[in-house]
Structure formats: structure tokens, C-alpha cells
Design a protein around this ligand. Structure first.
Ligand SMILES: *Cc1c(COP(=O)(O)O)cnc(C)c1O
Length: 398
């Protein structure tokens, strides 16, 4: 045996945290880190949010798990709340983002099947996409580094360049079922599809009878300052996968659909053992209590602006390290001029946690509950870390 008993699939930082308090993570030896990684957009309300802790522990003392063979009132309620706050009419709960995407892919194929077009099963996706690590979702994401060595790529995914809507239109054929897109690519480097592109995708889907499926696993549940990122473009999808933030740290995912899109998903055609279990639903409902409270999302937007302005000032001051700022709301990226892994390490030396992404970007995903003071503290640490990497200190250059 080499190393630990665990698969070597993760390049882990040599850090182990014992507890979390809001935006802070505390190691066993008591060192405090400012967490702007947020479990990669999962800890939407920070760590140990009292309302979430209460919801989980209260449910834990009553009932942990029953099968989906029975009614689960918390699931019904969370479904109704997601429907009321989105385009959707129907919800299927999962335990992860990839499973929510699998459900969306199956729902899209099944829609055409029950409408007399079993040949329509292909899905168009965009370069730089990330949809998860199952066999179908690595095929959807199309990234060679995730496909290599895992046998034949799952059939039925056609990839076009990022934000190339003309290429998407050309890729549509008699077998096309849907277009799948992240309104803001997370892992791909915090790259947003312009609102005009989202509207053109909606038009293409309408014109060709395709379903528009969104992956809002990272961008959803308030992260961009709207409940869902698609709201920025004024369009509505037919299908959408969410996860990450909806559980606030408890594993929850969901596939949302219109009645029409979900028409083929009848009794017995899809299922899950753990998806929508009472513990997960208690936490999901508690997350919505906070995120959908009046004024909460406006506060996210206000704080995001504070953060973006501070980051822009750092980018102006240290152009040899930071090329620019990207993203919406608290889904922000620093496009780096030095390797992003170096920036990540320099920020960790300042006891600030971030996440590297594709396209040489550093992701900043603080909890939506981050305070102005915590943002200022984070910006000070980011400035210090970036400064330590600057080839020519600004003071020496001026
Ligand atoms: C994280 C992520 C996924 C996969 O979610 P898992 O819970 O890891 O399966 C899919 N799509 C996007 C956009 C993500 O950010």
C-alpha cells in the first residue's frame, strides 16, 4: 500500500479542519482560515449556520430515512417551493450534481421517446463545460483529461466551442434532443454566456423542437445574486440540474423540469434510494428559508459589488499577477497571469482558501452570508497574497 488507504484521486492540501463557524474554518491546532472556497459553492450559508444545524438535528431525532416507496412530506414541500420560485413544474431529488445531470439527460431523451422520436437522443454541449464525473456526464463535459482511460465515451454528445451559437445551430441534426449549458461555467473558469447568447439558445431550441437544459449546479440558489443565473437573461429553460448550494453542505441535488419536459418520466422509469431523504429535505428547506427571505438576494448583489470593486483595485495594482475579474454575484474569478496554482498557494499562506479553475482562473466563492467586514478582511488577504507574487512591486515601479 502506498500513502493512505484512500484513492489517490485528490491532490489534497495538507490541511484538516475540525470545525467551521460562518466564513471561518478552524484546524485542529486552532488556526483560522477565511473560507472563500466554500466547499466549491456548497456552503452557501457558511459553516454551522444555526438555522441549518437546528433543522438537521431536529429531523435527525425524528426520522433519518424512508424509501421513496412512501410519501416524504419534506420532499413534497421542497419541491413545491422550488417550483414556486422557478420555471419548473416538477422536481426529482438526487444526492449530487452529476446525478441531477443524469436525470436531466434521461428526461430529455425520454421526452422525445414518448413524443414519437426515439431517434432524438443527442445533446449539444459547450467546450469548457463541466457536468460531473459519471460516465454520461464526462461525455457531456467532453474534457479529454476526464475521459481518458475510461473506455468508449458515452454516445450522444456533440460539443461546440464556448459561446459559439452559430456552431450550435450547425450541430443541430435530426437526432438532436437538447442543448445543455452552464449559464456561467464554474470549473471552466467563471465564463458567463452573454444574455443575448442565452436568448439565442432559447430561440434555437424553440425553432428546432429541442429542450434547453441548464446546469446550475454551481450558479444556482442565489450564488449570482438571483435565485437562478438564468434569470439574468430573461429566458426560461425546460430542464435544469441543481445541487451544491441547495444543501448548504448536506448532499442534495435536484432535476427541475416543465410538465411537458417531464412527460416521459412516469412511474418506474427512473429512481433513487437516497435522493430526497428526510435529512436532506430538512436542510434544503432550511436553506430556502434563508435564501428566499425578502431582501436576501439583494444583499448578495450588494456585497458582490463591494467584493468586485475591491478585486478590480487589486488587479489594477498588480497587473503582472492578475489580468482581470470575472463572474456574477459571489461566483467570482481572478484571471491570473502567473499559474493559478501559485496564486492559490500564496492565498493559502495568507490563510484564505480559494479554488483553482480552468483557463488559469482562481475561483472566489464565499458564503452568501459573508459580511462586509469579512469581505474587507478577505480582500486584504488577497492583496497580500497577490503582492507576494508581483514581479515588480507597485511601490518600486512608481
Ligand atoms: C460540481 C458540478 C457538477 C457535479 O456535481 P457533483 O455533485 O460533484 O456530482 C456538475 N455541474 C457543475 C456546473 C458543477 O459545478
Amino acid at each position: 500500500m502506498s500513502g493512505s488507504a484512500l484513492y489517490e484521486t485528490f491532490a489534497r492540501a495538507p490541511l484538516a479542519f475540525e470545525r467551521g463557524e460562518g466564513v471561518w474554518l478552524v484546524t485542529e491546532s486552532g488556526e483560522r482560515y477565511l473560507d472563500f472556497a466554500g466547499g466549491i459553492a456548497v456552503n452557501s450559508l457558511g459553516h454551522s449556520h444555526p438555522h441549518l444545524v437546528a433543522a438537521l438535528t431536529e429531523q435527525a431525532s425524528k426520522l433519518w430515512h424512508v424509501s421513496n416507496l412512501y410519501e416524504i412530506p419534506g420532499q413534497r414541500r421542497l419541491g413545491e417551493r422550488l417550483v414556486a420560485a422557478s420555471f419548473a413544474d416538477k422536481v426529482f431529488f438526487t444526492n449530487s450534481g452529476a446525478e441531477a445531470l443524469e436525470c436531466a439527460i434521461k428526461t430529455a431523451r425520454r421526452y422525445h421517446f414518448v413524443n414519437g422520436h426515439p431517434e432524438r437522443y443527442r445533446i449539444i454541449t459547450f467546450e469548457g463545460a463541466f457536468h460531473g464525473r459519471t460516465l454520461a456526464t464526462i461525455a457531456a463535459g467532453g474534457q479529454q483529461k476526464y475521459l481518458e482511460g475510461f473506455g468508449p465515451k458515452v454516445e450522444g454528445f456533440d460539443q461546440v466551442p464556448f459561446d459559439d451559437i452559430d456552431a450550435a445551430e450547425k450541430a443541430i441534426g435530426p437526432e438532436t434532443a437538447a442543448i445543455l449549458v452552464e449559464p456561467v461555467q464554474g470549473e471552466g473558469g467563471i465564463r458567463s454566456f452573454p444574455a443575448a447568447s442565452m436568448r439565442r439558445l432559447r430561440e434555437l431550441c424553440d425553432k428546432h423542437g429541442l429542450l434547453l437544459a441548464l446546469d446550475e449546479v454551481q450558479s444556482g440558489v442565489g450564488r449570482t445574486g438571483k435565485f437562478f443565473a438564468y434569470e439574468w437573461s430573461g429566458i426560461e429553460p425546460d430542464l435544469m440540474a441543481i445541487a451544491k448550494g441547495i444543501g448548504g453542505g448536506f448532499p442534495v441535488g435536484a432535476c427541475l423540469a416543465t410538465d411537458a419536459a417531464a412527460a416521459g418520466m412516469t412511474a418506474g422509469v427512473h429512481g433513487t434510494t437516497f435522493g430526497g431523504n428526510p435529512l436532506a429535505m430538512a436542510v434544503g428547506n432550511a436553506v430556502l428559508d434563508v435564501v428566499l427571505a425578502p431582501g436576501f438576494l439583494d444583499e448578495v448583489s450588494r456585497k458582490a459589488l463591494l467584493m468586485k470593486q475591491g478585486l478590480a483595485a487589486i488587479a489594477d495594482e498588480f497587473p503582472s499577477v492578475i489580468e482581470g475579474i470575472r463572474g456574477e454575484g459571489l461566483l467570482l474569478g481572478l484571471k491570473c497571469r502567473v499559474p493559478n496554482t501559485k496564486v492559490n498557494a500564496a492565498l493559502r499562506d495568507e490563510k484564505l482558501l480559494t479554488v483553482p479553475a480552468g483557463d488559469n482562473v482562481i475561483r472566489l466563492l464565499p458564503p452568501l452570508t459573508v459580511t462586509d467586514d469579512e469581505i474587507r478582511e478577505g480582500l486584504a488577504r488577497i492583496r497580500a497574497g497577490v503582492k507576494s507574487l508581483a514581479a515588480v512591486p507597485a511601490s518600486a515601479a512608481s
